[in-house]
Ligand binder design. Structure first.
Ligand code: GLU
Length: 309
């Protein structure tokens, strides 16, 4: 067994001169204010050990990583029926692309592009007022992380509500195809709040541990989903978790993962560990530049790629 703390320390040391690389997301004004000179990483193993490096305890905007938690909730509510509303294929397009939606009659390619995630949020809202759906997600994530201090950054949610024109376009488009049941402002109100969840690398790695451990969190004993469902969520993250950078992430890292424009990447080594890396500077396809490099180094040094060591 490799010395994981030594691996994280060496990654942190080697990447320190590069901290600040990439471009912070600026289309959400509140995210544009983030200091790019930050980098953190946390690994939680299925036997309950926690390893950290750099700014592993600093909360950041998890943005699209929240789509994994919302997908888990939606599958819990409607099961496989969800796949009538959203597909399971990689998109090959940008996270906020609208072109494919028209070709495919308002059914988004997968639950991790924005359109797909908005449809998933609409599913979770059934029978709830928007405020209740936000509360349900927050409670769920706190339960997963076993940490009541996880919060939603209202400023980030408000900032995106004021400027999220493309997401309004996507949601209106799907509503026209009857793939959104609730008023668009309500659905996006929930979606922007889920994206504004604020979590540290350690909280994120703890919250996602169930996906590395056949659906149950070995640290809390909480059973979250069946082993089959955990396997399938991991399959979706592997194929669709990084937008049009998904193939490249599989090639370089080889782990199921989900990125967010806040600069976080959550990844799973099935049966072994859950991992979170964060650095706000993004690469051209909107994924954390150093986060992806750090995960590539981790996978290479541990032999954790799902494609073999
Ligand atoms: N809230 C962001 C948006 O909808 C999420 C995108 C991302 O993290 O990739 O634009």
């Amino acid at each position: 067994m490799v010395d994981l703390q030594a691996v994280l320390d060496s990654i942190y040391k080697e990447l320190t001169p590069r901290i600040g690389e990439g471009k912070v997301a600026d289309y959400i004004p509140e995210l544009a204010k983030i200091d790019p000179n930050q980098f953190g990483m946390a690994v939680v193993t299925v036997d309950g050990k926690v390893y950290r490096a750099g700014d592993a305890d600093v909360p950041f905007s998890i943005q699209s990583i929240s789509k994994v938690f919302m997908l888990t909730l939606a599958l819990g509510k409607v099961g496989e029926g969800l796949w009538k509303r959203v597909g399971r294929e990689p998109s090959g397009s940008a996270f906020n692309s609208i072109v494919q939606l028209e070709h495919e009659h308002g059914i988004p390619r997968n639950p991790f592009i924005n359109a797909g995630a908005i449809a998933v949020t609409d599913v979770v809202m059934a029978g709830h007022a928007p405020r209740e759906a936000i509360g349900e997600l927050l409670r769920f994530v706190r339960y997963l992380a076993d940490d009541e201090s996880v919060t939603i950054d209202e400023k980030v949610a408000r900032s995106e509500t004021q400027t999220g024109y493309r997401n309004f376009a996507l949601a209106n488009f799907m509503r026209a195809y009857k793939n959104i049941d609730h008023p668009v402002e309500h659905v996006l109100g929930v979606y922007f709040h889920q994206c504004a969840l604020s979590m540290s690398c350690e909280q994120l790695a703890r919250a996602g541990l169930f996906l590395a451990a056949r659906g149950s969190n070995p640290m809390t004993g909480h059973s979250v989903v069946s082993p089959k469902r955990a396997r399938r969520i991991n399959a979706l993250m592997l194929t669709c978790g990084h937008y049009d950078g998904s193939g490249d992430f599989a090639y370089h890292v080889g782990l199921p993962g989900k990125s967010g424009v806040g600069g976080g990447i959550f990844a799973v080594a099935p049966g072994v560990a859950s991992i979170a890396a964060w650095s706000p500077g993004l690469n051209k396809v909107g994924n954390s530049q150093l986060g992806a490099v750090a995960l590539e180094m981790l996978a290479a040094r541990t032999g954790w790629s799902v494609f073999g060591d």
